[in-house]
Write a protein that binds this ligand. Sequence first.
Ligand SMILES: *Cc1c(COP(=O)(O)O)cnc(C)c1O
Length: 431
Amino acid sequence: MNNAMMAKRDLDVIWHPCTQMKDHEFLPMIPIKKGKGVYLEDFEGNSYIDAVSSWWVNIFGHANDYINDAVKKQLDTLEHVILAGFTHEQVIRLSERLVDMTPKGLTRCFYADNGSSAVEVTLKMSYHFHKNQGRERPLFVSLSNSYHGETIGALSVGDVELYKETYEPLLIRSIQTPVPKDQSEAAALEAAEALEICFKTHPDEIAALIVEPLIQAAGSMHMYHPLFLTKARELCSAYGIHLIADEVMAGFGRTGTMFACEQAGITPDYIVLSKGLTGGYLPLSVVLTTDEVYNAFYCDYELNKAFLHSHSYTGNALACAAANATLDIFESENVIVKNQETAKYMASKLDRFKSLSNVKEIRQCGMVAAVELKGYDSSERIGLKVYEYGLKHGVLLRPLGHIVYFMPPYIITKEEIDIMMDTAYAAISQI
Ligand SMILES: *Cc1c(COP(=O)(O)O)cnc(C)c1O
């Protein structure tokens, strides 16, 4: 089987995510045969550095020996069991560890199997929390330019027009308040003022504010200062509104700390985790919340008081085993400290992009670096050109429009960073 034969079989039967399928009349489908470390290899022996961690999930490389062993071992023990009325050791151990490592006060773990579903869990749980306390609060607030997933509820609180506009009539009620416009403290304070006005304008209507702490990834890798989160926490507490921290992308070291909320010194009412949670192995997500929220649902059996939400694969044992192995690696290999070195090296390489005439801005937060291009309109599909150049030169870059970004697995070496960023540099300088 060569690439072309695999691609033909694929295109005969598969409708791919987030893709105009007709593009594949000119854009080759890349069938991947195997992965190892930061490399993916196709059916003709070409290899590609996975500069996007396969959509931001793969944090310790492909076919990681340690996670492989843990999943194999679990496979011979218990692959899955219903999580209602039953439990298993992997999910218990994982939950104990998550409660331990997330900001203080988050004490209860509710599982789902992808980021969007976990966002849905927080929206329903927050609405239901207020209802159980005799308050009707059907409105959610989110930040401009935010992204929280693709299911209807998650899409409703998002603000990326490209994904949302078509489905407008189907969405639940949400309003947006401005995200801080850059990474400065002044911008954080300005946005906090707007947030307070928003809260004041809708008294007793808002269930929760949902934010992506520090980085709006799908929203063009937009970044802001932690001070905004500190202020948002204060305002939410003052107005009795829940704060939901969607760390689906940011969690597990991506922003430089284990969780982005740590940089603001806050505990949200809900933290949403997925992507890096299983090291990119298996779909799993979790919402951690407080005793206060948990206790609002805890009572003698009464209709409509309990949280009757579930997914078939909730708390899947294989996924939990992959997650525990991932957390083992964080513990045994001092990952957060090592990442600081790696991030510093990426910063040193990022600097020279500034000198290119078609670069508008560079930005970085921990293990995410981005180069924003200027002088193109969207019909030029500039990102696609960078993508094609990258593939030809052995790097999987997947720009978001005119934003070229780097979000590699943490195990990437300096030599591999050189290849990844020099390739992007070459691509940008010759378009
Ligand atoms: C990816 C992402 C989601 C959605 O997760 P899925 O697993 O793709 O459904 C939600 N929020 C943020 C911040 C994300 O980056």
